[in-house]
Design a protein around this ligand. Sequence first.
Ligand SMILES: Cc1cc2nc3c(=O)[nH]c(=O)nc-3n(C[C@H](O)[C@H](O)[C@H](O)COP(=O)(O)OP(=O)(O)OC[C@H]3O[C@@H](n4cnc5c(N)ncnc54)[C@H](O)[C@@H]3O)c2cc1C
Length: 391
Amino acid sequence: MDFRLDPEVEAFRKEARAWIKQQIPPDWDQRERLLDYEEPDGVVFSMDFQRKLAQKGWLVPHWPKEYGGQGDHMKHMVLTEELAYWGLPSGGQPVNQVASILMAHGTDEQKKHFLSGLAQVKWKWAEGYSEPSGGSDLANIQTYAVEDGDDFVINGSKIWNSAHIGPDYMFGLVRTDLNQPKHRGISFLIWPMNVPGIAISKVPMMWGRSRALVTFDNMRVPKSCVIGERERGFYVAMGSLDVQRATLDRLANARRLADWLVEYARVAKFDGQKVIDRPGIRNQLAEIMMAVECYKMMIYKVAWMQSKSIPSTRESSIAKIFGPDLMQRACKVGMQMIGAYGLLEPGSKWAPLYGKIENQYLENFARTIGSGTSEINRNVVATRGLGLPRG
Ligand SMILES: Cc1cc2nc3c(=O)[nH]c(=O)nc-3n(C[C@H](O)[C@H](O)[C@H](O)COP(=O)(O)OP(=O)(O)OC[C@H]3O[C@@H](n4cnc5c(N)ncnc54)[C@H](O)[C@@H]3O)c2cc1C
């Protein structure tokens, strides 16, 4: 692939950046770190902003024209990168992962209902893959459905998701045939979350936010909730993980973190010397900047492959290993630079860069875990990428 973008794409980037700068709310530097798009207040902000994008025709430019998009992957790529760099939400998982599953596997009726609603930002979503007994071994999920007429009656639990935001729908995996081998008995479902039999409790995260544990106690949903072929849901979900593991917003997050560190090092002083002039810090910052450039190549490659419908499992996993590791290294350098001020949280007037570094340091522990741990992704690279035998 050619890593240079076409002049018209770069021109669009300028247009997008100018528009985004006009949308940035006042005091955004202070406010942004206090918002989490997987918390109720953050979701309200995020959905309002996504509706603005939809009005402008910038929410789903990558969707094929037949589904209301423009078939323009580059536009989507640039928008996602720019929005994330400024800390603003793009369409995220619903219009990318959920939509791609629906386009590939949904019935005409499911596509009509969900894709039009997704493009209008009608609903809140939660992802229901992981379970308390283990998230890495997705084929081993225990949540199961029993058939009762036209319905499924579902029991089990899902954890680490965003169900505490009050989602309208959850998508995920449920065992619909207990007699088949573990990979084979699972179906992919999108089910409503306003039905009886659902209990949601919060799970605290160490950066002061929450995720959720959801339990299903005889939850009844129609069988028409199944997306794609029944008992083939494991494969439906696997395809979508490639989309989730290497996204442009992850790249933009890495770049802005690196930029924050440089910005801080340029103004802060230690023992009368500018932090940026300390050779140890300078070298580490240079290494981070170079790693961000490498990460960019990886993410752009995945985006390009996906735009050409080329399978990107290996490349997505490589980027998923590299990016979160880079973020964690960058956060450590940041904490080293700010020293004891790193104990202060966002909201404290003494916290350097409004507490962004402290917040990122804590939040980034989770990045090597969510969407598949680094160990699992190394297994994917070894088996799917290098053809090594399974352990
Ligand atoms: C902040 C956050 C948000 C999340 N959001 C969601 C969400 O919205 N929806 C959702 O469904 N899930 C979500 N997850 C769950 C995430 O996908 C799981 O945490 C992840 O897949 C790991 O599963 P686990 O935590 O159960 O760890 P386990 O699977 O129990 O693994 C424990 C350890 O063993 C290692 N391990 C396990 N199997 C192997 C193996 N075969 N080879 C080598 N090492 C192995 C793992 O790498 C890990 O270090 C989220 C997680 C976090 C931290």
